[in-house]
Design a protein around this ligand. Structure first.
Ligand SMILES: [Fe+2]
Length: 254
């Protein structure tokens, strides 16, 4: 009887259908460009409200708004302006969705970034700090940045490592970054091929080696919500996706 039951389970899992995002515990989005009018993400509060309302329908309960923090491209984005803008819109976003929001930022690792560290960085809970690089080349000061952040008691998290064109899919360098104490966040859309085949292949490889700590949408537009909705995740990735998603919620509640 038991043997029959486990045999049924085997066949069921073999032929199980892929799953959609709302079948996964994706309750916390820790990377998004939904704070309106501050970067290359959403432009109007109206569209931001529509976005968060649709994410709530998909099961999202918590969000960290993480605009790009990069003086060269977005000179107006600083701790003061982002926190103030967040204060202006958070009630409207909350009313539209019921989601819990926190302000944060996605810090570009530009030349000299490691000399700018201060109490005015846009942190995520638990002293985590989301960092990113150019897609074309690795920041020369990445290792120094990670080292100094850790020495100062912060927890660096590299955004979407799968999207950086210069990292080969053997993951040697990516694993080295993890070994140096930097956590990795992956973009859900990468697995769906939204950023190209190379990013999808790397995302799968990083996921299958258990190297990601967190997941996010990196949402920039309403069109990306349609893509998230149409995505299907492979059944064999579900346990790892669940681990990462639950860990992301744990981060929010830190
Ligand atoms: Fe981003």
């Amino acid at each position: 009887m038991n043997r029959m039951k486990s045999s049924n389970g085997f066949w069921a899992s073999l032929f199980a259908k892929d799953v959609s995002l709302d079948q996964l515990p994706f309750e916390t989005d820790m990377h998004s460009h939904v704070l309106p009018g501050v970067d290359d993400g959403f432009r109007s509060l109206e569209h931001s409200c529509e976005a968060v309302s649709r994410l709530a329908e998909m099961g999202v309960r918590n969000m960290i708004l993480t605009p790009h923090i990069y003086p060269e491209l977005y000179p107006g984005n600083s701790y003061g302006t982002i926190v103030s803008k967040f204060g202006e819109v958070k009630d409207s976003l909350r009313e539209a969705s019921g989601i819990n929001f926190l302000p944060g930022g996605e810090h570009m690792v530009y030349e000299g970034f490691e000399d700018t560290f201060s109490g005015e960085m846009l942190l995520l809970p638990g002293k985590h700090i989301l960092i990113e690089m150019s897609y074309a080349y690795e920041s020369a000061n990445l290792d120094e940045t990670v080292f100094r952040l850790i020495c100062m008691g912060y927890n660096p998290v590299l955004a979407h490592p799968e999207r950086y064109l210069f990292y080969p899919s053997d993951l040697v360098r990516i694993r080295e970054i993890v070994d140096k104490g930097c956590k990795l966040q992956f973009n859900l859309l990468s697995l769906g091929g939204f950023y190209g085949k190379g990013a999808a292949v790397k995302a799968r490889a990083i996921l299958e080696r258990g190297l990601y700590s967190f997941a996010g949408t990196d949402l920039h537009s309403l069109a990306q919500i349609d893509m998230l909705r149409s995505m299907r995740f492979r059944r064999r990735h579900v346990p790892e996706l669940e681990r990462i998603m639950l860990n992301t919620t744990k981060l929010f509640l830190d």
